[in-house]
Design a protein around this ligand. Structure first.
Ligand SMILES: Nc1nc2c(c(=O)[nH]1)N[C@H]1C(S)=C(S)[C@@H](COP(=O)(O)O)O[C@H]1N2
Ligand SMILES: [Mo]
Length: 254
């Protein structure tokens, strides 16, 4: 199910400089006014140029034979304590819906059936946790990009907040990514892991896979994706649980 990346801008990422990439056009991204705004803003110029050098580069993908026999679970191992999530677990997530809202034209409520009915991507990737372990697993779900398109991001949207059902050490877990990762082909909402429905310990019913970043960005127990203009005023303001509480970097490139 791996898709060839055919856009010139993405293919050229290894050889073109930042200017070349902009000219060659990462077409889809540059057409998005929010991404253009992001790239144009001076305060983000440095980060933007770093991201453009990485460009549309894909995280390495592996073969079935390379999959880890055991994929450790880490962080929260359940969202029990959240009564809404507990009720959904008790009914096998039949009534569960992912909310997509914030700076969008059309807020969405997507059931698991709806997410499974969309075009699926499957990828075998390596998960790297800052605590010093890695595991190779297979993930399946719809790409986030088409979901964002369906919701139609407003021009001011620059961040996508992943709101999770669990608390870790008593505080709500959340994460955020920018639109470059939001529209990256390997950014998927995974409902299936190693060919089985996502288990509770790995984040049932749905988690983010944003494959060019470290483990703590891979938000489990997803409930809501909120498009925002800024991270200010959201929890600790640094864009994620570990960013707020331990000073881990917001962009956690592998
Ligand atoms: N909602 C939520 N997502 C989370 C965490 C968490 O505690 N809560 N821990 C993160 C960390 S640090 C890692 S390494 C991975 C672990 O994913 P796994 O349990 O599938 O191995 O989930 C990440 N996503
Ligand atoms: Mo982690």
């Amino acid at each position: 199910m791996r898709e060839p990346i055919s856009r010139r801008g993405l293919l050229g990422a290894g050889t073109l400089g930042v200017g070349g990439l902009l000219l060659a056009g990462c077409d889809k991204l540059n057409q998005n006014p929010a991404v253009r705004g992001f790239l144009a803003s001076a305060e983000d110029a440095h980060r933007a140029s770093q991201r453009l050098i990485a460009g549309g580069a894909l995280a390495k993908e592996f073969t079935e034979a390379e999959m880890s026999p055991k994929f450790r679970a880490n962080g929260s191992l359940t969202a029990a304590g959240n009564s809404e999530w507990e009720q959904h677990l008790a009914t096998d997530f039949a009534q569960w819906q992912l909310r997509v809202d914030g700076l969008v034209l059309r807020p969405l409520d997507l059931s698991l059936a709806a997410l499974k009915g969309m075009a699926q991507r499957s990828q075998i990737t390596r998960h790297d946790c800052v605590e010093g372990w890695s595991a190779i697993g297979k993930w399946q779900g719809p790409q986030l990009g088409p979901i964002l398109k369906a919701a139609s991001l407003l021009p001011a949207a620059r961040y996508l907040i992943m709101h999770c059902a669990d608390k870790y050490s008593g505080k709500p877990y959340y994460e955020s990514i920018d639109l470059i990762d939001g529209f990256h082909p390997q950014t998927i909402l995974a409902h299936t892991m190693n060919g089985q429905p996502l288990t509770v310990e790995h984040g049932a019913p749905l988690r983010l896979r944003v494959e060019r970043q470290l483990g703590y960005k891979q938000a489990k127990y997803l409930m809501r994706i909120e498009a925002r203009a800024s991270l200010d005023g959201l929890y600790g303001g640094k864009g994620g649980f570990w960013e707020d509480h331990s000073g881990y970097p917001w962009y956690a490139g592998v």
